[in-house]
Design a protein around this ligand. Sequence first.
Ligand code: NDP
Ligand code: OXD
Length: 314
Amino acid sequence: MTILVALTGWHVDSWVERLQRLLPGRRVVRFGEAYDPAEIIYGVAWKHPPGAFRGLPNLKAIFSLGAGVDHLMGDPDLPDVPIARVVDHDLTNRMSEYVVLHCLMHLRQQRRYDAQQRAHVWEDDRHQPAARDVRVGIMGLGVLGQDAARKLAVMGFNVAGWSRTPKDCPGLKVFTGEAERAAFLARTDILVLLLPLTPETRGIANYALFRGLARDGRLGGPVFINAGRGGLQVEEDILRALDDGTLLAASLDVFETEPLPDSSRFWDHPSVIVTPHNAAMSDPESVVRLVARQIARLEAGEPLEHLVDRQRGY
Ligand code: NDP
Ligand code: OXD
């Protein structure tokens, strides 16, 4: 009943120690150390080295340590076992904090007042629009998108969402699929990207998409917020759109290359807010409790929760 932990970018020892603490009767091993492939029953992954789960004859399931699973899907040697992802109240809440914060930062022109403070300038703007005058559009109405939509609505924003399949979200304007994408964009002043990265969504946030956003909004131009994945955006297109006025501003938590290279123009762009892929950090204790719960479910003959659809890629 050994658990194999394969991750990069995070401190592997602390994850092993946490798993060991919550699952005392099990052996927990790191990818790269000595183990018998036949002893591995469960895999735990975050940006694992490709091939880490190959050749494990008794592997029963892989648990992603994040909500997104694009880090797993890119591995051509991923075994055909169930994959479960993180759905966690704490993570969802943190993402909604990020989305509400950044919508408010743009609504209330916080960047402008930061600059004014640095320059000791006292100048107010008597024409600030109210949240109700601003149309937020969320691409991706899953666990995170729906929660953010509800909380933005509480702040008074005029919120709509777009997803692949129809959704029944009381009080929310819902647009579905390719057929309704243009209408969704045309009523959007602040676009929030909370999609998973899949072959269909890669590069979706490109110049053509930005051109489709509303031009008659109260903010003076459309704003783009990406807290999904860097691969969803075409970064040259964001810069072009900011430079020619197609976009007014952007908040970017995720990037094509992370960490964001020092040479990136985003760092110093006056209309861009950069955060280091921490819109919603997973709380390690909650995530490990979720893994332990999932293992208990499997061993009790119950189905796994939060299963990933391998065909769809999320
Ligand atoms: P879910 O799987 O719950 O929701 C995904 C949503 O995207 C669904 O509404 C789905 O539509 C929609 N979608 C997927 N593909 C398409 C498509 N081709 N066209 C239209 N809609 C599509 O995911 P979560 O809400 O839990 O998470 C979303 C993403 O957020 C994660 O995949 C991850 O990449 C990112 N994330 C980022 C974090 C950060 O710190 N920056 C932290 C955590 C997650 P449908 O329901 O109809 O299938
Ligand atoms: C996640 C992330 O997918 O942290 O959970 O990006």
